[in-house]
Design a protein around this ligand. Structure first.
Ligand SMILES: C[S@@+](CC[C@H](N)C(=O)[O-])C[C@H]1O[C@@H](n2cnc3c(N)ncnc32)[C@H](O)[C@@H]1O
Length: 254
């Protein structure tokens, strides 16, 4: 079954200027009071979450496993006349591609749970190697503790539009006996109430609890650990009850 990361054109249909502005506000909240001038996003994808950082004066570097997503990121950065350094790299092997350090190393967009829990912890170690002393490690992801508690099957999106084409997206979630999950992404495209195109993708996830991630940060010597909603400016929902959350923490070691 196809992965939507090979179809960045479809992945990016959800994008609009409102989302862009929301992510910008998110970063203003997360980075408030922090001296972050350089940031590496190790799962930048097509840049939806981190491109707005460039507007905030941050020098952005990104890596990702998917050439299709990186190609869209390159296009979107060029359209906004932004300079972004992009590399194709598995986040489990960042040290094969990067030697310099960054004020912040991030993984955005619920990307870490594409690998198993052990590899997530190894990836945090890889990210940590690239965080400058006094810098920050950041990640955002779905609230897997809540997903496993609620065991919802359907995740619905409001219909959105590409010109005169109405796009409906439904996610259907399968829970497997080995505790992994498959997200089925089902798209229909319609004009004048007639469906003329259907697209289906599958993404595999291995849920990871917030507890083991926070424990790993603590063991790596991170302090000032902030756990916020994603987007971070949303304060009307307790983090435990939200669908997504983010974590930012400061490195103390040299
Ligand atoms: C849901 S997308 C998020 C992309 C972007 N951060 C965003 O929020 O739009 C997940 C991304 O993780 C990337 N990814 C999955 N496994 C990866 C790995 N082992 N190393 C690097 N990137 C990976 C995929 O290629 C995809 O671009």
């Amino acid at each position: 079954m196809a992965s939507v990361y090979d179809r960045a054109d479809i992945y990016d249909l959800l994008e609009d200027e409102n989302r862009y502005a929301a992510y910008k506000k998110h970063w203003e909240t997360v980075l408030d009071g922090k001296n972050v001038k350089t940031l590496l996003d190790v799962s930048i994808g097509s840049g939806s979450v981190t491109l707005p950082l460039v507007d905030l004066g941050v020098r952005l570097t990104g890596s990702d496993l998917s050439e299709s997503m990186l190609a869209n990121c390159r296009k979107k950065a060029a359209a906004r006349q932004m300079e972004v350094v992009l590399e194709c790299c598995d986040f489990r092997a960042l040290d094969t591609k990067f030697q310099n350090t960054f004020d912040c190393v991030a993984s955005t967009g619920n990307s870490l749970p594409h690998v198993n829990n052990e590899d997530v912890l190894k990836t945090l170690e890889q990210m940590d190697k690239l965080v400058a002393p006094g810098g920050y490690l950041y990640f955002d992801m779905r609230n897997w503790d809540k997903i496993l508690k609620d065991r919802n099957r359907f995740y619905l999106y409001n219909p959105f539009f590409d010109g005169d084409v109405r796009i409906n997206l439904v996610q259907v979630w399968d829970y497997h006996v080995d505790d992994s999950m498959t997200f089925h992404l089902l798209y229909t495209f319609e004009r004048e109430n007639q469906i003329f195109q259907k697209e289906q993708f599958e993404e595999h996830y291995i849920p990871v609890s917030r507890g083991i991630l926070l424990e790993k940060l603590r063991r790596m010597g991170y302090v000032d650990v902030e756990v916020m909603n994603f987007p971070a400016y949303v304060t009307s929902v307790a983090v435990e009850g939200g669908d997504w959350y983010c974590v930012v923490a400061r490195k103390t070691r040299p």
